[in-house]
Write a protein that binds this ligand. Sequence first.
Ligand code: HEC
Ligand code: HEC
Length: 403
Amino acid sequence: MNSKFYIIVFAISSFSNCILFPIQKEESNDNLLFAALGLLASRSDWVWDLPPGFPVPFVPSENPMSIAKVELGRHLFNEKALSGNETMSCGSCHIQSLAFSDGKDFPSGITSEVHPRNSQHLSNVAYLPRLTWNNPRMTSLEVQARVPMFGENPIELGLSSNSFIDKIKSKTIYQTLFTNAYGNADSAVNEQNIRFALASFQRSMISGNSRFDQYTFRNNKSALTASEIRGLNLFNGEVAECFHCHGGFNFTDTSLHSGTQEEFFYHSNGIHDDTYYAGVPSNKRGLYDLTGIASDTGKFRAPSLRNIGVTYPYMHDGSFMCDDANNPEKPAGSGKTKTDCARDALTKVVDHYRSGGQNHSGKDSTLIRAFTITNSQRDDMVNFLLSLTDEEFLTNPKFASPF
Ligand code: HEC
Ligand code: HEC
């Protein structure tokens, strides 16, 4: 039997096993075989189990999805050996119960240096062709992971040498996980494969079973209350105009999925009253930091509003928080329920929009302008926003830390 044929037969017959079990010892020196297995396993076993109404995410051809890679990524996402002093992981700033945000206005990394922007939630990050609050050059999850891993401004995970590779290699569990994902543990434990597995795991984080989804896509007309339905209609109406920037199944106008062109936009929603151009603090400059164009000051990507009920404090600077006179910095410690806190903060957000934003001359003045709704309509809108929480996503063991 020629060796190619042998590889394919072996791969097909044992490929479901090799996801769960390390490959048997007699083959362990055959790199060619492993490489072929890794390739076949990673190309063929992923099936998107998408919620109704959700398109197939775009997946870069150089990093196809596989069950084994997603499982490896889930471990690496929570692996503290992936930080300079082994105290933090991606999961330290991206917590599942908070839709992978972290409940703080600004997080800090391993040296306690404070990040100038708020930790973003990661629900449906697979559909975003531009990542982070304001960086149009951040075009893929594969590339983005470099920033928290190696970034120095600010320091997040603070990896500076290759010693993390040896630390990962030395853990038995990664011998198995890398072999399953890439066919070979020794040479496969490298910086690129780590980022690629992290990206695959994050791409799998699909959230589409909120009460809004049940109402809209699963034909469960009793899933939303009358108030929430009124709020949904206001959100999608021409008075409040929210949908122009937070539209579509993912509640953002930045989107890419199979069969479409990517779309991305940056807007200023007028959340600050800084003097335009001069004296704008560095964390509020938005797109300007990347383009240097004065009129880009204060422009940010409109975030997806999915799971907004658990991702406060809101905005790139976490400035819309829960009311708590005693401890404004730590809304989670205020003794209020999560929903009370989200309601406080979302009420401030909708009030901000209805007043037309603050006096920020760079804001998008056609869409961010004062409008008239009653307080009770505002509360409807807040109720609707709270219906976007997908409890299944927040507790699904598929996305949980294995440690
Ligand atoms: C110190 C806290 C911290 C750690 C650790 C951290 N992140 Fe983040 N993450 C953030 C912040 C803050 C942002 C917003 C960044 C910005 O706008 O510049 C962010 C943004 C992101 C985004 C963009 C989301 C979007 O909607 O565009 C992704 C993806 C992401 N992080 C993944 C990761 C991964 C993967 C790791 C581990 C390798 C990680 N993060 C570690 C704080 C952190
Ligand atoms: C012109 C585009 C635009 C319109 C219209 C708009 N938004 Fe936004 N929205 C944004 C941008 C941009 C941000 C992020 C701004 C920042 O961080 O500085 C944002 C942030 C938010 C956030 C916080 C999200 C988070 O993860 O922190 C909420 C909630 C929100 N908007 C709700 C609404 C509602 C409700 C409406 C309608 C009343 C609305 N938006 C109308 C662009 C818009």
